[in-house]
Design a protein around this ligand. Structure first.
Ligand code: URA
Length: 203
């Protein structure tokens, strides 16, 4: 933590590794979920996908998008012809925020102040990773990328983030929360169409 403070007092992290060390040493959102889940994937990728925050399983294993939402994301990526190992995957917020409920840890959405606290880090992260295209999945990612809370459904489609080519779509967990199968299937098909549009933009 002392080193982290010193780095912040200077000109800030100069590499992704330095940035990741700062994030890993920062205060979690919920005590007990101390592990920061960092971005994963190659540098200078064709695309970087931004989610909301790690979930229960992600926090336990320290990797983004490996739980139920991650599995749905992987399936849609595969069907859209995008190889996950060729893309960068990260979250707008790097810590798991939850409410204890018996033995379970129930996901709690980060509030706008919390998303803004991580925003500078997200911007630095992307400046090191240098993706050609940035994809926001869901409202928290959009808030983290733009600093404003635009509606996902209205913003859906191609968008520029500070002059950087981007694309906005829904978050895969949104699909899991829809009440019935028909609604889920329809929303999943639209999500997959978005990923197909992303693959075309990847060139
Ligand atoms: N949801 C997210 O937004 N990110 C993850 O890493 C997992 C679930």
């Amino acid at each position: 933590p002392l080193k982290a403070v010193a780095a912040m007092a200077g000109q800030g992290p100069q590499t992704l590794e330095e940035l990741n060390r700062l994030i890993a040493a920062s205060e979690p959102l919920t005590p007990g979920a101390n592990r920061a889940v960092l971005g994963e994937g190659p540098m200078e990728p064709a695309v970087a996908f931004i989610g909301e925050q790690p979930g229960d399983q992600e926090e336990r294993e320290g990797r983004p998008f490996i739980g139920p939402a991650g599995q749905l994301f992987d399936k849609a990526l595969g069907e859209a012809g995008i190889d996950r190992s060729s893309v960068y995957v990260t979250n707008a917020v790097k810590h798991f925020k939850y409410e204890p409920r018996g033995k379970k840890r129930l996901h709690k959405r980060p509030n706008p102040g919390e998303v803004k606290r991580y925003r500078w880090w997200l911007q630095r992260e992307l400046s090191f990773v240098r993706p050609k295209l940035v994809v926001a999945m869901g409202g928290t990612a959009l808030l983290g990328l733009t600093g404003k809370p635009p509606s996902v459904l209205k913003t859906r489609g191609p968008i520029a983030f500070d002059g950087q080519p981007g694309y906005a779509t829904v978050h895969p967990s949104y699909l899991l929360r829809l009440p019935d199968d028909a609604a889920q299937q329809e929303a999943y098909a639209a999500f997959r169409e978005d990923l197909i549009a992303v693959r075309r933009l990847m060139g």
